[in-house]
Write a protein that binds this ligand. Structure first.
Ligand code: UGA
Length: 437
């Protein structure tokens, strides 16, 4: 998938996090000449040696190939990188503030440095998730800080990559959003993405910024909706998997994001729903639907632990084998992970946990406090009272319950992601708790 040189651009991507690094490696693969900049020296030095700062399937290969072909390089210097680029993509963090607003300091600082280094026309594109009106604010910051008369445009090109599937999503998006203020900016973005065959939706900047929040909030709402139905399902003895399949079969609803579980996590849904709610409030609209989405999500880990406690009588002194720490499979990311919330609830009730995750152990060591033992594989010894699956890594489906029957008879299996074969577990004489089934 390499593009003809007439559409190849010099691109600077600022921020080597999940969005920035993936975008940089993928742009390089498309044939653009890309410099990826980050102020984290350790991260950049590692990347120069081919060491990835986080786990993302396929990324390492793409980065190493990009560097070998001299299409991709890494730097700490924003100023030097800006000067030799036609387009600058901003992909720095926009963390949540305690009041629900978004911390834009990193984006604003970057934009000031860009303004100081405009040596020619540049298109400055925000890939970071930023509240509506930020593009317009950035435009003013650049106007106020730029030296000389060079022209520029600001654009919004929100990212819809999922962690764990980010490379696939970059090359096969359902749509691309170009939020622009000029035809020149739209044309440049069309050229950059010319090899990606999908609908390209051109909007104004505010609309593009809003699309990102509206999309993530809608998906979070779908997850909370099915989780609310799962609570009723538990009470009625219905099967949430069958319900989700049947309602998803209606094309107007669709199958995706209807897996009931211990809730949504990660660094996007929780913060974006909160920020969208905050923006609405500032505009005088009380978006109570999003309040409820968050409330349902917050409650899921608690309900799950409560059901386990009801079965075991007490959690004090009980041993748990926990499978899964990351907020979803195929990532080492534990930010706002519902698995961590469940573990903390277990620890607060004086349980002992033996945790395993294929990728997220190191990150978890930094935050879990208490009676935690880290394991190199699922802890399946005779002293455990409950096996808890909290992230649906494919390898957990391979746990051999027939074999386990002799080792740990009477074990309780709590499946927080409805990912295990319930029938097999029950037929081997184990207790089973799912979500809404
Ligand atoms: C999400 C969006 O899906 C991406 O389109 C977007 O680009 C990204 O946020 C972002 O804003 O950067 P991501 O956070 O990687 O991507 O994860 P998802 O796959 O969307 O899952 C989010 C959470 O919802 C996970 O905790 C997952 O376990 C949970 N989930 C998802 C469910 O509980 N049930 C489902 O049916 C689907």
């Amino acid at each position: 998938m390499s593009i003809k040189s007439k559409t190849a651009k010099n691109i600077c991507v600022i921020g080597a996090g999940h969005v920035g690094l993936v975008a940089a490696a993928c742009f390089a693969h498309l044939g653009h000449k890309v410099i990826c900049v980050d102020n984290n020296k350790k991260r950049i030095n590692g990347l120069k040696k081919g060491i990835m700062p986080f786990y993302e399937p396929g990324l390492e290969k793409l980065v190493i190939n990009g560097c070998k072909k001299e299409k991709l390089s890494f730097s700490f210097s924003i100023s030097g990188s800006v000067k030799c680029s036609d387009l600058i993509f901003i992909a720095v963090g926009t963390p949540p503030m305690p009041d629900g607003s978004v911390d834009l300091i990193a984006v604003e600082n970057v934009v000031k440095i860009i303004a100081n280094n405009l040596n020619d026309y540049k298109l400055i594109v925000s890939k970071s998730t930023v509240p509506v009106n930020t593009g317009k604010r950035l435009l003013k910051i650049i106007e106020n800080n730029k030296k000389g008369k060079n022209s520029f445009d600001v654009a919004s090109n929100p990212e819809f990559l999922r962690e764990g599937k980010a490379i696939f999503d970059f090359f096969h998006p359902d749509r691309l959003i170009f939020g622009v203020g000029s035809q020149k900016a739209a044309n440049l973005l069309h050229e950059v993405y010319s090899k990606i065959k999908t609908e390209k939706i051109v909007t104004d900047i505010n609309t593009a910024e809003m699309i990102k929040y509206a999309s993530n909030s809608f998906l979070a709402m779908k997850v909370s909706y099915i989780n609310a139905i799962s609570c009723l399902s538990d009470k009625l003895g219905a099967d949430i998997k069958k319900i989700a399949h049947a309602i998803g079969a209606d094309k107007r609803i669709g199958f995706d994001f209807l897996n009931a579980g211990i809730g949504y996590g990660g660094f996007c849904f929780p913060k974006d729903v909160q920020a969208f709610h905050y923006t609405a409030k500032k505009l005088g609209y009380d978006f109570r639907l999003l309040d409820e989405v968050q409330k349902i999500n917050k409650n899921q880990p608690k309900l799950f632990v409560k059901r386990i406690e009801e079965r075991l009588g007490t959690l004090k002194g009980k041993n748990f084998s926990v499978c899964g720490l990351s907020f979803k499979p195929n990532t080492s990311d534990i930010r706002f992970s519902p698995a961590i919330k469940v573990i903390n609830l277990l620890l607060a009730k004086k349980a002992a946990v033996y945790v395993y995750d294929p990728q997220a152990i190191d990150n978890s060591k930094k935050i879990l406090i208490g009676n935690v033992t880290y394991c190199k594989k699922p802890y399946l010894k005779s002293d455990i009272d409950c096996l808890c699956v909290l992230t649906e890594w494919a390898e957990f489906e391979k746990i051999d319950f027939k074999k386990l029957k002799k080792q740990i008879p009477g074990l309780l299996v709590a499946d927080g992601r409805n990912t295990l074969n319930r029938e097999k577990i029950i037929s081997n004489g184990f207790g089973y708790i799912g979500i809404g089934r």
